[in-house]
Design a binder for this molecule. Sequence first.
Ligand code: UD1
Length: 370
Amino acid sequence: MSSHKSIIFVAGARPNFMKIAPIIHALQARSDAPPWQLVHTGQHYDPSMSDVFFEQLRIPKPHKHLHVGSGSHGAQTAAILVGFEKYLQELPELPGAVIVVGDVNSTVACALAAVKMHIPVVHVEAGLRSFDRSMPEEINRLATDAIADLLLVSEPNGMTHLKNEGVSEERVRFVGNVMIDSLVAELPSARALNQCQVLQLDSGRYAFVTLHRPSNVDEAARLTAVVAFLEDLASKLPVVFPLHPRTREKLKQFELWERIASISALRILEPLAYRESLSLMATAKLVVTDSGGIQEETSYLRIPCLTLRPNTERPITVSHGTSTVGEDLNRARETVDAILAGQYKKGQDIEGWDGHAAERVIDAVVELLV
Ligand code: UD1
């Protein structure tokens, strides 16, 4: 690498950590790696939402922690913007590139701070679109892609979206899915943990559930319907449900805590570490989620996934993977029955989801730096 300019990596919230880890490792593996730093914005701060991912995914300790914490979207995004700009201003020399991943508030805030200081911004996982502007992540995706210099795309639909938006081809590269790199690297250790046995569940005979999106948990009527769906699900097979802090808070606020806690075949867990979560997903009969990444992970693992959302920014998980998307809970009940009856799609390989996307990210960044 001829440039000596440094690279700044940004991570802030749980889904960022499994994306940034393989990219940092791919950079470290190069003998000609330029200097680099990792900034943690502190969007997620509970040890179970952050520290444990650093340990398991061997992410080096951040060089800088902004400690922004929670807040409204405006307050949180603004705090990250101010904190990251100050960090950049205090560096002895401006970096050659800032790398942001995914679609969380930290992604857009840091991209904006950097681009205004004329620092090239690389967006990893560019081009995804749900076409649903009520999702905060969709706004983050659109805004980040509009201002980033280099857009690195994880699934073929992303290329089409960016083309349709008139983005010039020089700004775009297809690199594949870095989150699958983490999965490929960690799957043997995850399987060895055998979490289903630890929880006294039979392999292939339980459902794994994660739900945290505002559209499922922030309104009492919807969350009540979701709890009724989980009651039904637990009457068909055992259920494990690691709880995001937002979901826990809402269940208590809407007085649904007693009801969900009394479902005998449903086990509530604390948020899980990466390997524990992967271990439970890999041997589940089915997964119910509203996460972005889990649709992809289950597709790679070929585990049926019900995505309780009206739409997805990851349509390849429906066309080629194992996800079924929809918020209608009666349809979801029918899908569960189809899965249990063995009548469900099996999924297929997806281009660029091969465990080597991070190396392609670093190749593209190197090209940008020279
Ligand atoms: C964020 C991302 C979302 C991602 C999710 C994964 C945005 C817009 N959303 O949503 O895309 O799927 O992370 O978790 O960036 N909290 C804690 N401890 C923590 C972090 C949060 O208790 O470590 C609680 C706080 O009460 C906070 C709430 O969770 O107010 C929501 O956190 P926030 O970062 O605002 O959004 P997420 O729902 O986690």
